[in-house]
Design a protein around this ligand. Structure first.
Ligand SMILES: CC(C)(COP(=O)(O)OP(=O)(O)OC[C@H]1O[C@@H](n2cnc3c(N)ncnc32)[C@H](O)[C@@H]1OP(=O)(O)O)[C@@H](O)C(=O)NCCC(=O)NCCS
Length: 188
């Protein structure tokens, strides 16, 4: 197992490493991937390599960051999931942790965002000191809004991010673990 942070049924979630440059370029050079985020597909593999360097600085500084998702069966890099802390101030939030995810288009619609998305709050609320995690999605990003609700995030408000309407969701440790955490049988 290649330094897994989290293992799911079909994937391993691990740190992004410099050799993921080609995979990150495949991901971020596709305008369809950027339809509801950033809207700036990358144009060179060097840009993707710089992104990996920046994310690896977050690992060193705060212990988390967006993590690579790799298929167990083939070792293929299919995208990323995971947390960002203290990103740019948005929606009147300046000190927050958010869950994000992004996958190569060939792998959409196969349940990978849901499978890895649910594994992330599970990991955070059992291994990291986070009490609340946010999620943000463009109001027109049907799949992402659906996934956030499905993995236990509750609607908070609508706000403008770069002049584009977004929904803000959040989930808190106790309520998330009540709904999705490991269940123990009551002792009789
Ligand atoms: C959004 C994204 C992460 C989804 O990944 P995925 O692996 O295809 O997602 P899943 O297969 O786990 O789940 C998709 C769910 O959304 C549903 N869905 C798809 N399109 C939808 C739409 N337009 N409206 C509502 N629901 C939709 C699917 O039916 C599925 O739900 P179900 O399993 O309950 O049937 C992927 O499309 C992606 O990487 N997009 C580009 C980057 C991006 O937008 N990231 C999110 C930023 S907030």
């Amino acid at each position: 197992m290649k330094n897994a942070i989290i293992e799911t049924e079909r994937t391993i979630i691990r740190e992004l490493v410099p050799t993921d440059g080609a995979g990150m370029f495949e991901l971020d050079s596709n305008p369809n991937v950027h339809r509801y985020i950033e809207r700036k597909p990358v144009e060179s593999i060097e840009q993707s390599k710089k992104t990996i360097i920046a994310i690896r600085k977050q690992y060193a500084k705060i212990g988390v960051g967006r993590w690579a998702v790799e298929l167990k069966e083939t070792g293929k890099f299919i995208g990323w999931t995971g947390f960002k802390a203290n990103g740019e101030p948005i929606n009147d939030l300046s000190d927050y942790v958010d869950l994000g995810y992004r996958f190569i288009e060939d792998y959409w619609g196969k349940g990978y965002a849901t499978e890895t998305g649910i594994a992330c709050p599970n990991y955070a609320f059992t291994h990291l000191p986070y009490e609340k995690i946010y999620g943000f999605a463009d109001v027109n990003n049907g799949a992402s809004n659906h996934i956030l609700k499905k993995i236990g995030f509750k609607f908070e408000n609508k706000f403008l991010w770069d002049e584009t309407p977004h929904y803000c969701y959040s989930t808190a440790r106790d309520s998330w673990l009540d709904e999705f955490g490991p269940k123990t049988s009551p002792t009789i």
